[in-house]
Design a binder for this molecule. Structure first.
Ligand code: SF4
Length: 197
């Protein structure tokens, strides 16, 4: 069974063809200046995170766990969660694990692909830590704002459906049609490999 990275889910939502490029033509690995800049911004945000309180997450207590590496045998996924907050608030009956994903974006609105990525982290935490994960956060670096995302059954079902569709692309080595939202192609690292756009 192909093991996907959590980031593949985000790519699949952006354009299903990206899964074909990443898994059926793995020797192609373009890195744009924008991607390299995004990685630098995320690393800087992580360094700053350690100095901040948990107020952006509406929490007073909690332990930060950085770069948590997880695998899900059930979903066939692997990934690294940049931050997991483990609450130790005695008022709660059970501790809570909250995944946080950092985004170098000014949108401040959780798009579907980001919610799915967070849902994948939540399910991986549940499988590995045997604890229900009820919510996660997207932290928008330029806005310095954390946006809560409830992890609901609809997101979990969408996630499983997406993984299944990704698996079909790889098994058949099938290159899907280009995205209908051609504006996305302007920012895509694989643009020069798509001769039909
Ligand atoms: S250039 Fe456009 S169609 Fe091609 S992979 Fe990127 S987003 Fe998809």
């Amino acid at each position: 069974m192909t093991q996907f990275r959590v980031v593949d889910l985000k790519q699949f939502q952006y354009c299903p063809r990206l899964i074909y490029f990443h898994h059926c033509l793995p020797h192609i690995r373009p890195v744009t200046k924008k991607m390299a800049h995004g990685i630098e911004m995320q690393q800087a945000a992580m360094r700053n995170e350690a100095r901040r309180s948990l107020k952006p997450y509406g929490l007073t207590h909690g332990e930060r766990l950085y770069n948590v590496v997880l695998e899900s045998t059930e979903l066939g996924l692997r990934g690294k969660i940049e931050l997991v907050i483990e609450t130790n608030d005695n008022l709660r009956q059970t501790p809570e694990l909250i995944p946080v994903d950092f985004k170098n974006s000014r949108r401040g609105k959780p798009d579907k692909h980001l919610k799915l990525q967070l849902t994948a982290y939540a399910l991986m935490l549940e499988e590995n830590k045997q604890l229900l994960v009820k919510r996660g956060f997207l932290y928008y670096i330029p806005l310095r704002r954390a946006v809560e995302v409830p992890i609901n059954t609809r997101l979990k079902a969408n996630l499983r459906k997406s993984v299944e569709a990704m698996r079909k692309i790889v098994a058949a080595e099938w290159m899907p049609s280009p995205t209908a939202q051609r504006g996305k192609c302007a920012d895509c690292e694989f643009r020069r490999f798509c001769n039909d756009i």
